[in-house]
Design a protein around this ligand. Structure first.
Ligand SMILES: [Zn+2]
Length: 273
């Protein structure tokens, strides 16, 4: 009752069991254990201590079995069917274990790299933000320091720069009640504070850009030479002292501390009029 198909390896239970098993097993083992060199070394290096101890004799035993097969004289003396099954399973188990370890290590490395990149990006973003804030703050500080303001607010312009009665009127006059607070026009240093002839009580301030302002006919001086003043800071009060025909502020502008100029264009250029 034998059909040709029964001569196949899987249809002949029992009859050629030992030789068939001996021939079949090395096919699976060749992939890993039989290969010497890098593959075996990698397995030994990455496996646990116990596995390393097991793997050495396995390689030796399988190599022996393969050698016997190559001669055409199959033998199961060194590796019986049960032993080969066990070795094959052990090989698969070790291979899977190695793959899991490598995959786990690679995944861990990727996560660490991602975290490192994220941390670096975060630090750079924070540094960039702080630098931008510092620049913004410095710019705001500079703008505040270099701000220009009028010495008095709401005063009436009464007389301008120019020749009057044979002499040069070197500034602008602003009519204002005696005792009106007078402000420093920007950040600067007091160069003169006191009485001077026709000016009466007078204050000279040199500002951050070199410009000097002169306030005349004051009723009161609230600063002294060398004082540092800020934009809008009160330095004295208006009055009617010196050669004055009525309560007003006499204002002169001296670019770079030089000769007085017509204040009107300068005030306009500084957005004060
Ligand atoms: Zn005047």
């Amino acid at each position: 009752m034998r059909s040709p198909s029964y001569s196949g390896r899987h249809r002949a239970p029992g009859r050629h069991r030992a030789p068939r098993r001996a021939l079949r097993v090395p096919t699976g083992l060749r992939a890993g254990f039989v290969l010497p060199g890098a593959a075996a070394a990698a397995l030994v290096v990455t496996a646990t201590g116990a596995t390393v101890a097991d793997s050495a004799p396995v390689s030796a035993a399988v190599s022996g079995a393969r050698g016997a097969n190559a001669t055409g004289k199959p033998t199961t003396q060194e590796t019986g069917p049960g032993e080969l099954d066990r070795l094959e399973q052990e090989h698969d188990r070790l291979q899977h274990e190695q793959q899991r370890e490598m995959q786990s290590a690679a995944a861990q490395s990727r996560v660490q790299t991602a975290h490192r990149i994220a941390r670096t990006a975060e630090r750079q973003a924070v540094a960039k933000k702080r630098a931008a804030e510092a620049v913004k703050k410095a710019e705001a500080t500079r703008k505040a320091r270099e701000r220009w303001v009028m010495p008095i607010k709401g005063a009436t312009f009464t007389s301008g720069y120019g020749w009057r009665w044979g002499r040069l009127h070197q500034g602008d006059d602003f009519g204002t009640p005696v005792g009106t607070p007078l402000a420093s026009m920007s950040t600067g240093t007091v160069r003169f504070a006191g009485w001077e002839g026709g000016y009466g009580n007078k204050i000279e301030i040199q500002y951050w850009d070199g410009t000097v302002s002169v306030f005349g006919h004051l009723s009161r001086v609230d600063v002294k030479v060398g004082d540092k003043v800020a934009p809008g800071e009160v330095v004295g009060h208006s009055g009617n002292t010196g050669h004055s025909t009525g309560p007003h502020l006499h204002l002169e502008i001296h670019p770079d501390g030089g000769a007085a100029i017509d204040p009107a264009p300068w005030l306009h250029a500084h957005h004060l009029q």
